[in-house]
Write a protein that binds this ligand. Structure first.
Ligand SMILES: NC(=O)c1ccc[n+]([C@@H]2O[C@H](COP(=O)([O-])OP(=O)(O)OC[C@H]3O[C@@H](n4cnc5c(N)ncnc54)[C@H](O)[C@@H]3O)[C@@H](O)[C@H]2O)c1
Ligand SMILES: [Zn+2]
Length: 381
């Protein structure tokens, strides 16, 4: 088990990754958080029904939660809405949650983002613990204090920065993810490895095929290293801005692919997988990334597993859908371009023609198939 401290302007907190992490909730529940450090008046868990059915008993036993209330949200991105926040706040009030109640978000990024937003606004803020249950949530979304909900088609339009008291990531829960959902998270880990540098990258190169929920030791080690990449980034640059931007590696093409297929064909991680391959190609076409380095990184991404086909997608449509950066005047695309393992640069002057060429080349070199991928998110349990 490993533990990292996130120092944040809004309050410091611990990120605990590994088997047994949930036990750390016992101390917090007993002592309470914050300056006053009084025990909580009540503890509530926000989660999904199926997830809680599978893991609730074990979580409560290990976390030492005897009397906690449970609030369920339906699975899926649609639960990240203001209507859901209103509904959950009303539920909290009905069960008498007060200013000294604790909310535990037990779920993937959806439950984490929604729960974080709810905790940050209910009675102007109650304590929050993140207990992430997907690979993405464990290495990324539960860390960093960004919360939010969607408004219409606009993702995370309304949100807050709100640090949790604790992030407790136990890899044991990942065993109920479908193989495809599990693999999807590995693309984000590959992204972290490209950003982090040679050490994590080499470990992944050596252990990619053994990265499975059935090998908790190897998995725990890599999850911790990948989570640390996010910890290091948010510690240095809490409120987005420049450094945090590097986490968008692979996401510029990735988002366009999700959009072009109406969010149906790819899981988010798979779109990022293709996004990484395309941006590696682009970096090479720009003369920024050497061929050998590109091949090494692309090989790692491809080893994660089969990706749904991109053969039928039109490169002009993809280029049209590349997300513009709204924060800049003129709406230029800010690209995160890899130079080598452990080094990227931000570029905003890349001709779209070159982006289109990179996409076409990746398309041409791939003979993947959509067959045999299984359901993206269904639980196995
Ligand atoms: N706040 C941030 O910094 C940040 C960063 C990245 C992503 N996000 C957000 O995270 C969300 C995506 O997160 P996600 O990929 O975890 O999606 P998710 O929360 O929708 O989970 C994916 C699916 O897995 C299921 N599930 C969760 N845990 C499971 C388990 N242990 N076993 C079986 N099934 C399980 C869920 O029911 C769901 O169907 C998006 O809304 C995205 O915007 C936020
Ligand atoms: Zn992502």
């Amino acid at each position: 088990m490993r533990s990292f401290r996130v120092t944040s302007r809004y309050g410091d907190y611990e990120v605990v990754v590994g088997r047994g992490a949930w036990r750390r909730l016992r101390t917090l529940a007993r002592r309470g958080g914050g300056h006053e450090a009084r025990p909580y008046t009540s503890i509530f868990v926000l989660t999904e029904r199926g997830l809680w059915r599978r893991w609730g008993r074990q979580f409560r036993t290990e976390a030492g939660l005897k009397n906690c209330g449970v609030l369920y949200v339906p699975p899926g991105e649609r639960s990240k809405s203001l209507a859901m926040v209103e509904g959950m706040a009303a539920r909290l009030l009905a069960v008498r949650a007060d200013r000294r109640s604790l909310l535990v978000a037990f779920g993937g990024g959806v439950v984490g983002d929604l729960g974080g937003f709810l905790a940050s606004t209910y009675m102007r803020g109650i304590d929050l613990v993140q207990a992430p249950t997907t690979v993405v949530a464990q290495v990324d979304s539960a860390i960093g204090g960004k919360t939010g909900v969607n408004v219409g088609a606009m993702k995370n339009l309304v949100g807050t920065f709100y640090p949790p008291r604790l992030v407790l990531a136990d890899p044991v829960v990942l065993s109920s993810l479908s193989p495809r959902a599990f693999r999807s998270g590995l693309y984000e880990i590959a992204k972290h490895a490209i950003l982090a540098g040679d050490r994590l990258f080499r470990i992944l190169e050596n252990e990619m095929e053994s990265l499975r929920p059935e090998n908790p030791k190897s998995l725990g080690r890599i999850l911790a290293a990948a989570a640390k990449v996010k910890v290091d980034v948010v510690k240095r640059d809490e409120r987005e801005a420049r450094l945090r931007f590097v986490l968008n590696l692979g996401h510029t093409f990735g988002h366009a692919l999700e959009e072009a297929t109406a969010y149906r064909r790819f899981t988010h991680g798979e779109a990022v997988g293709w996004g990484l391959l395309a941006v590696l190609r682009l970096a090479n076409l720009l003369g920024v990334l050497a061929m050998g380095e590109e091949a090494r990184m692309a090989e790692l991404v491809r080893r994660i597993g089969p990706l749904p086909s991109i053969a039928d997608l039109n490169e002009r449509r993809i280029v049209e859908l590349l997300p513009q950066d709204k924060k800049t005047i003129g709406g230029r695309i800010h690209w995160v371009i890899p130079e080598r393992v452990g080094k990227v640069r931000i570029m905003n002057d890349i001709p779209v023609k070159l982006a289109a060429a990179a996409f076409c080349e990746v398309q041409a070199s791939s003979n993947s198939t959509r067959m045999g991928l299984g359901a993206p998110t269904r639980a196995r349990a």
